[in-house]
Design a binder for this molecule. Structure first.
Ligand SMILES: NC(=O)c1ccc[n+]([C@@H]2O[C@H](COP(=O)([O-])OP(=O)(O)OC[C@H]3O[C@@H](n4cnc5c(N)ncnc54)[C@H](OP(=O)(O)O)[C@@H]3O)[C@@H](O)[C@H]2O)c1
Length: 235
């Protein structure tokens, strides 16, 4: 898997869901300490147990409430449905000061989730950043990565990660975490650009339906690959 980012404590709010638990699995597998957050500490503990079992034993993953997870995490990931995005983040806002908050949320509007319908036509991550204020570094990423194969250790994920955020060093950290999860992340510019990544998910869902596949993805082309560390340097 290559050189790991500095080992860190990653809290995944809503980490009982398929996307959050899948990312949690990949991060724990690469050596990070992962805390699953949930509205129910019991549910979080159950997910942590499952992940530790999948990881072959040990206690690399633990589970607790969203609040305790947000408090303990050095990096916090928000992986709840769009309808709960703002409320979940605001509930733990006091635990987020000075931290990176990775927003994985896709503002899908059921039932037509295969149609781009961004509320207000703007990025949900950018709206979240405005509400949380500048002390929290919101970085959006992973919206285009389907949960389906994340917990299959032998399955390479065929999808790049657009990493958007207004703080370049924070983006760099997230690109490193994408790499640790076995994914290729790219500096995709300001948080406002997240609108494209969020919208792309509905395009991918439409492609999945049309071509009867479980998990289409995206690739960025035209940028020469380097031997070491995709995420290491600004490009
Ligand atoms: N699934 C994918 O393939 C995929 C891919 C890319 C991005 N995403 C995005 O990632 C996020 C999570 O996706 P998911 O499929 O894992 O979602 P999910 O399973 O529907 O929800 C994730 C977790 O959020 C918590 N949650 C649900 N409703 C809530 C509410 N009203 N208030 C607070 N917490 C609530 C639940 O945890 P507790 O009940 O334990 O609190 C749930 O396990 C979504 O925004 C989604 O758009 C998903």
């Amino acid at each position: 898997m290559g050189e790991m980012n500095e080992r860190t404590i990653i809290a995944v709010l809503g980490g009982t869901g398929s996307e959050g638990s899948g990312l949690a699995f990949r991060w724990a597998r690469s050596g990070h300490d992962v805390i699953i957050g949930s509205r129910s500490a019991g549910r979080a503990a159950k997910t942590a147990e499952e992940l530790n079992r999948l990881l072959g034993g040990g206690e690399r993953v633990r589970g607790t409430s969203n609040r305790e997870a947000a408090h303990a995490g050095r990096v916090v990931v928000l992986a709840v449905p769009y309808a709960a995005q703002l409320a979940t983040a605001l509930e733990v806002q006091d635990c987020l000061a000075g931290k990176i908050l990775i927003d994985v949320t896709v503002p899908l509007v059921p039932p037509r989730i295969d149609r781009v319908q961004l509320p207000g036509g703007e990025s949900a991550a950018a709206v979240l950043q405005r509400r949380l204020g500048g002390s929290v570094k919101v970085v959006s990423a992973f919206q285009n990565v389907s949960a389906i194969h994340l917990k299959d250790a032998n399955h390479a994920i065929d999808c790049d990660v657009l990493v958007c955020g207004d703080d370049a060093p924070a983006r760099e950290v997230v690109i490193g975490l994408a790499r640790d999860a076995g994914l290729r992340g790219w500096h995709a510019g300001a948080l406002a650009n997240s609108v494209a990544a969020e919208a792309l998910t509905s395009v991918l869902i439409a492609l999945n339906k049309r071509y009867k596949v479980p998990a289409s993805g995206i690739r960025i082309t035209g940028i020469p690959m380097r031997d070491e560390g995709w995420g290491r340097k600004e490009r």
